[in-house]
Design a protein around this ligand. Sequence first.
Ligand SMILES: Nc1nc2c(ncn2[C@@H]2O[C@H](COP(=O)(O)OP(=O)(O)OP(=O)(O)O)[C@@H](O)[C@H]2O)c(=O)[nH]1
Ligand SMILES: [Mg+2]
Length: 106
Amino acid sequence: MKIKLQEDVLKDQNLAAAFNRETFQKNHTLVINLMSSPGAGKTSLLEKTVKALMNEFHIAVIEGDLATERDAERLRSLGIETVQINTGGGCHLDARMIAKTYQNSN
Ligand SMILES: Nc1nc2c(ncn2[C@@H]2O[C@H](COP(=O)(O)OP(=O)(O)OP(=O)(O)O)[C@@H](O)[C@H]2O)c(=O)[nH]1
Ligand SMILES: [Mg+2]
């Protein structure tokens, strides 16, 4: 008899992410997760995208950064709602951070 001891370390995250996807779908919200190396051009791409589409769509941004509000300020200056999450030490946002921010903004 085999006893399976392994458990998916991302189980909790996957559940939270599934809940987020369901919520976004219900609200007809397209959510894009934009990730890349530091300095790769994420905020620049967001600035260009926002400028090109802000008259046609309601756009909001959740920014994740180790510290500072600088990137959020760059996007706010274009007139769109931007929430900055400072992770303190982590290099990514997780599904629960997104859920909490989305609930607080709606
Ligand atoms: N040559 C070139 N430079 C770019 C391009 N996009 C952004 N940059 C420059 O790359 C640098 C970093 O751009 P950001 O948009 O701040 O990059 P980021 O990924 O948001 O950076 P972090 O938030 O610090 O991870 C800036 O000096 C930009 O002007 C590009 O398409 N070509
Ligand atoms: Mg940036």
